[in-house]
Design a binder for this molecule. Structure first.
Ligand SMILES: Cc1cc2nc3c(=O)[nH]c(=O)nc-3n(C[C@H](O)[C@H](O)[C@H](O)COP(=O)(O)OP(=O)(O)OC[C@H]3O[C@@H](n4cnc5c(N)ncnc54)[C@H](O)[C@@H]3O)c2cc1C
Length: 397
């Protein structure tokens, strides 16, 4: 029986495989003080069948020991609007469109009306826009795995995109290979707490005295290399902050608010059980010197399976691609595929303060303060971008 307590939280990635497989439906996902969901077993109803442990991707990790993949590409979607509105090169949208062409159904991470992040489905090209761009928050899977199984058993083609642990959880939950399932996983730094995201939104809505109407963790306002977390408000105002100045982004990249299991993630590996792995390609000219970096973004794609190869080949007319060396890609841009983020020493203090009702600006100030030089630089970034100085500084760096 799955048994997650305060002492072994890093043994659960929250993938929901155990809750979805339980024949007695006696496992529910319950939120803890940090805002992450964990399985809670109703011991009276449990028949100790052990299925929950069998499908757990942390207990039965299939990634470890999988062969190193051998093909990788740098990809850009041929539609500039899709590239503009995607985290990197818009490769994932091209995969989704091809699956829709085959009358398939897509599952990915989207926002609900209050900007909570959850997995949902799409069956039309128009509806795909909700999946575009990375949401740096753990998505709520709900009953996604059970829904996917129903579609697969009915013969429908399904594509699932998510974090590596979510893909492993899904594959374990299904317990047999399906030719009609395509999985795309990300190189994942870790997933931040939905509670932190909620506290951040509350703070920003109070600061701007208005409701959030738009959120984008990766808006390319000042180019791909200087992506911002952008919020728009009902009163017409907007907030555009970067990884050094934004309270949410800084909390994430300083390693202070990710799920405990992310700091010792067993799914970090070059070879994955997914069909395709995607990540940011920050250094395109290093892999393909003939391609100039126009600061619009490229997606790095690793082909993990024969099925992935076929899907990749079938999107040739939708993308521009360059073959790249897998090792070089992983060592330069895909480091987080192999390397765990470091846990911040003040993580406990950070969550205690947030739980006590202190607003996120003050919590950040007390634990991971924003440097004054960064604040000043952040204020002038718009001007530096417009005058071309930002680009020059990036190049020099
Ligand atoms: C939490 C997280 C951490 C990441 N960490 C890294 C990293 O350290 N290094 C790196 O190179 N790349 C990382 N990425 C991947 C990167 O940000 C892009 O997703 C990737 O470059 C693909 O871009 P795209 O333009 O092709 O696709 P996009 O159109 O941007 O979207 C890709 C897909 O991401 C999925 N997605 C978005 N948010 C979530 C979420 N919260 N949970 C699960 N799935 C989600 C959606 O289902 C969507 O279909 C991370 C992504 C996420 C979500």
């Amino acid at each position: 029986m799955i048994n997650i307590t305060d002492n072994n939280k890093n043994a659960c990635c929250g993938c929901t495989a155990c809750a979805c497989i339980c024949p007695k439906r006696c496992i529910t996902m319950q939120e803890d003080k940090e805002g992450f969901k964990y399985p809670s077993v109703d011991k009276e109803t449990c028949i100790k069948c052990g299925l929950c442990e069998k499908v757990c991707p942390i207990i039965n990790n299939q990634t470890n020991g999988k062969d190193m993949p051998y093909t990788a590409y740098i990809v850009r979607n041929n539609d500039p609007e899709i590239v503009k509105n995607s985290s990197s090169g818009g490769a994932v949208t091209a995969f989704c469109e091809e699956i829709l062409n085959q009358n398939g159904i897509i599952f990915g991470a989207a926002y609900d009306k209050d900007f909570n992040v959850y997995h949902s489905s799409a069956e039309t090209v128009q509806d795909l826009s909700k999946f575009r761009t990375s949401k740096y928050v753990q998505s709520d899977l709900g009953n996604t795995f059970s829904d996917i199984k129903k579609w697969l058993d009915s013969g429908r083609i399904v594509m699932f995109s998510g974090t590596p642990c979510q893909v492993e959880g899904l594959v374990n939950f299904l317990r047999k290979p399906y030719d009609n399932l395509f999985t795309v996983d990300l190189v994942c730094h870790g997933v931040p707490s939905p509670f932190v995201w909620k506290k951040y939104r509350e703070y920003m809505e109070s600061k701007f005295n208005s409701k959030i109407t738009y959120a984008n963790f990766r808006e390319k306002t000042y180019g791909y290399h200087s992506a911002n977390l952008t919020l728009r408000f009902a009163n017409g105002k907007r907030s555009v902050e970067n990884t050094n100045t934004d309270y949410m982004l800084k909390s994430y990249f300083d390693g202070i608010c990710s799920r405990p299991s992310c700091y010792s993630c067993p799914s970090r590996s070059a070879g994955r059980i997914s069909d395709l792995t995607v990540f940011d390609c920050w250094n395109v000219t290093r892999y393909v010197p003939s391609v100039p970096d126009d600061d619009k973004g490229y997606t790095a794609v690793i082909i993990q399976s024969e099925k992935g190869k076929k899907l990749f080949e079938s999107i040739s007319d939708k993308i521009t691609k360059y073959e790249a060396d897998v090792n070089m890609l992983l060592q330069t841009d895909g480091k987080m595929a192999l390397q765990n983020p470091e846990i911040h020493p003040k993580r406990k203090e950070y969550f205690e303060m947030l739980n006590s009702g202190i607003t996120i600006d003050k919590v950040v100030k007390n634990t991971i303060p924003v440097k004054t030089s960064r604040k000043i630089f952040g204020k002038f970034r718009g001007t530096l971008y417009k005058t071309g100085i930002l680009k020059l500084l990036k190049r020099l760096k």
